[in-house]
Design a protein around this ligand. Structure first.
Ligand code: ADP
Ligand code: MG
Length: 479
């Protein structure tokens, strides 16, 4: 018998807000353990939750982008369970009245051959609801540590219909979601940092059958490739089991990234095990038409639209477009700098090379960039106007990246302007020539490279404040 896989995903995405979902403690990454907490997170008696409207707004924004219906009333429920990652013994979530209903994610499947476009189809969504993330446990041999920094982070859960049938479709689905959300600036979706993670539900059934098979869930898959591998493994395991006359049991399995296999964790709990009930401390939220309209009117562009527009408007390489449109903040800086008159390719170069290098070095996200488009434009103008050379510009950029200094002012204060006084330059070049007879001789004997060394010596003598092209020209003249 031939079998067909049926797959549905629950994707969790941490929303990029300043503060947590139900309290004013900051929501940040990579801080010392248990520093982003307060009595609400610790669940002290008598504390009350306060809703973060920004998180609600951002979830509605995504819902509208994905064509979901936004009900007029949404409410919060307690999902009860006992586990050290949640000191309250329940998680605030949404049960029967989520923020978004229906909608769908457009996916593009790989093209069958290079000359064709990949097939596009819609994976239907069931709902998107908003909840709070829980703390993080680290297990050792005989004990465990808990860090509540992550607890209370606004978390949306995007639930798909069981509409996918292969790991390839899941790959396309996760890629499309990630692109849409990160381009809209709703989350950075960095899966390595746990900002986006998914539970995959897999079942198999005889091909052609309309009924669903028993599903198995694998929780907290933390990369797109792990999702792909775990699904391929699970489909094969289930088909082999059925072919050998076995039965699939409904359960939660854990996927082991390193060993590339899954093992049973626990039999799956039902909704009733969580004893959901409306949270008595939070009132239901009424979403007015006006509010919805104001969110709709500022709806972010889809990544695909934005990429197309960039190609037409700015004519920069596709590689650059891919990186820049991957982050809302990066794209905003790019567009604002170009609007201030800087050449698109020059702006893109600063973002692609130096900005990316510093982000990586400092383990920051593009959304954390602090320098303003005005300052970036001004820096580009300083180089264009030959006021500073490109290596000085890199130094200035580094300070700008760290402290958002005004490059013009900084160059002035630190005396970094290129020396354009020809007499002064000639004097230094003459000294360098006199001090390096061997290189001069090499140059005269046809060793082109020798001039590079002399340029370097001159730049050094001038503490970097010369235009390398002028130095080169002056050297050739005097030699
Ligand atoms: P649960 O209550 O166990 O979380 P839900 O019915 O809410 O189950 O579905 C959770 C996810 O599992 C959804 O993404 C849904 O599409 C998917 N799903 C449901 N039934 C199946 C099935 N038989 N096979 C594969 N996926 C399924
Ligand atoms: Mg589930």
């Amino acid at each position: 018998m031939e079998y067909e896989a049926v797959i549905g995903l629950e994707v969790h995405v941490q929303i990029r807000t300043k503060t947590k979902m139900f309290t004013s403690v900051e929501h940040k990454f990579a801080e010392p353990p248990n520093t982003l907490t307060d009595p609400v997170i610790w669940a002290f008696p008598g504390v009350l939750p306060v809703l973060n409207f920004e998180a609600i707004k951002r979830t509605i924004e995504l819902g509208l982008m994905l064509g979901c219906k936004i009900p007029e009333i949404t409410k919060w429920d307690r999902k009860n369970y006992f586990y050290p990652d949640s000191p309250k013994n329940y998680q605030l979530s949404q049960y029967d009245q989520p923020l978004c209903l229906g909608g769908g994610v457009e996916i593009e499947l790989p093209a069958k051959n290079a000359s064709e476009m990949g097939e596009h189809r819609i994976v239907r969504l069931t709902r998107i609801h908003l909840e709070e993330d829980v703390g993080k446990l680290t297990h050792f041999n005989s004990d465990s540590l808990v860090d509540y920094n992550r607890a209370g982070t606004p978390l949306m859960e995007i639930v798909s219909e069981p509409d996918m049938h292969s790991s390839e479709e899941v790959f396309a689905y996760l890629t499309s979601l990630k692109n849409t959300i990160s381009c809209a600036g709703i989350s950075d979706c960095d899966m390595e940092k746990g900002q986006m993670r998914c539970d995959v539900n897999v079942s198999v059934r005889p091909k052609g059958s309309k009924e669903f098979g028993v599903k198995v869930e694998m929780k907290n898959i933390n990369s797109i490739s792990n999702a792909r591998n775990s699904i391929d493994y699970e489909i094969k395991r289930q088909i082999d089991c059925l072919k050998n006359g076995g039965q699939i049991v409904q359960e939660t399995r854990r996927w082991d990234d390193n060993k590339e296999y899954s093992y049973a964790m626990r039999s799956k709990e039902d909704a009733q095990d969580y004893r959901y009930f409306p949270d008595p401390d939070l009132v239901p939220v009424y979403i007015s038409d006006e509010w919805l309209e104001s969110i709709r009117s500022k709806q972010p562009e889809f990544r695909t639209e934005k990429m197309k527009r960039y190609k037409e408007e700015y004519d920069i390489p596709e590689y650059d477009i891919d990186i820049i449109t991957g982050s809302k903040h990066l794209a905003d800086i790019f567009e604002a700098s170009v609007a201030l008159g800087s050449q698109p390719k020059k702006v893109s170069n600063w973002l692609m090379v130096e900005t990316m290098r510093l982000l990586k070095e400092k383990e920051m996200e593009p959304e954390d960039i602090r320098f303003s488009p005005e300052h970036l434009s001004r820096l580009i103008a300083l180089v264009d106007g030959k006021v500073i050379n490109s290596s000085v510009a890199k130094e200035v950029f580094q300070v700008m990246f760290e402290e958002d200094v005004d490059p013009e002012q900084y160059v002035e204060e630190k005396g970094l302007k290129t020396v354009n006084d020809e007499g002064a330059l000639r004097k230094v070049v003459e000294e360098v020539i006199a001090a390096n007879p061997q290189s001069v001789e090499d140059y005269h004997n046809g060793k082109e490279k020798a001039i590079g060394f002399l340029v370097g010596q001159t730049m050094k003598a001038m503490k970097g404040k010369a235009d390398p092209a002028s130095v080169n020209q002056m050297l050739k003249e005097l030699l």
